[in-house]
Write a protein that binds this ligand. Structure first.
Ligand SMILES: Nc1ncnc2c1ncn2[C@@H]1O[C@H](COP(=O)(O)OP(=O)(O)OP(=O)(O)O)[C@@H](O)[C@H]1O
Ligand SMILES: [Mg+2]
Length: 208
């Protein structure tokens, strides 16, 4: 089973958006998927509740207690904001691949700078048991702040995979319990193109 964690100490950076879109993508290609929601806000669980039963099923798991059953291909873990210390270690121990989304905002970049510094020193990352990668979220490449974020992420000496576009499609998906790979291809073509490097990384040996 692949275990993929979406993590950032900062709230609102896109953890749930990426976790639910990954879960939906793998389900849409016929994989058995568990979506583990570690956040007491339960945004991933409420996304699952909005999901039509006609769509490929995804197993929802709340919190740390429940075990993921055998035969699951992908375990996607949606982390809460504000994790540090022992709680951060506990969550990192659950994951082979870790995606860290960062928003193009000075406050988010400052917080991310500290968070990335800490996570790079974490024993699990140092020992290469968890592989980490960065993603710019809600990017608009005609803005100066996006290019500042791009420079910042590119200078971190860990993989910087892509920018996820700031797009209404993600809002619509959040509402309907869907992912961009389950919406009309024409409407989501560009968003998929930008999202794709995340899937490529997860498919590659670089992420395990
Ligand atoms: N690329 C995007 N384009 C448009 N809207 C987005 C995008 N990414 C996230 N959002 C929206 O921004 C808000 C915050 O995103 P999300 O819930 O994924 O962040 P989070 O890191 O899980 O937040 P929290 O720390 O509160 O759990 C949501 O309303 C979401 O729909
Ligand atoms: Mg969330």
């Amino acid at each position: 089973m692949r275990s993929i964690l979406v993590l950032n100490s900062k709230g609102g950076s896109g953890k749930t958006t990426i976790a639910t879109n990954l879960a939906s993508f793998y389900a849409s290609i016929g994989k058995s998927v568990a979506l583990v929601d570690l956040d007491t806000q339960e945004s991933s669980i409420s996304w699952l509740r909005a999901r039509s039963s006609a769509k490929p099923p995804i197993i929802g798991i709340k919190g740390y207690g429940e075990r993921v059953k055998r035969g699951v291909d992908y375990k996607i873990i949606d982390a809460p904001a504000g994790l540090n210390g022992a709680a951060l270690t506990k969550v990192l121990n659950m994951a082979e691949s870790v995606i860290i989304p960062v928003l193009p905002s000075p406050i988010d970049m400052r917080a991310a700078s500290e968070f990335i510094k800490n996570i790079k020193k974490h024993s699990r990352v140092v020992k290469k048991k968890s592989k980490i990668a960065l993603v710019a979220n809600r990017g608009r490449d005609y803005t100066n702040i996006y290019w500042e974020l791009d420079d910042f992420l590119a200078s971190q000496k860990i993989p910087f995979l892509t920018m996820i576009r700031d797009s209404q499609n993600f809002i619509r998906c959040a509402e309907k319990g869907l992912g961009i790979y389950e919406m009309g291809p024409a409407m989501t073509e560009v968003d998929r193109e930008y999202f794709e490097p995340i899937i490529d990384w997860l498919n590659s040996k670089r992420s395990r």
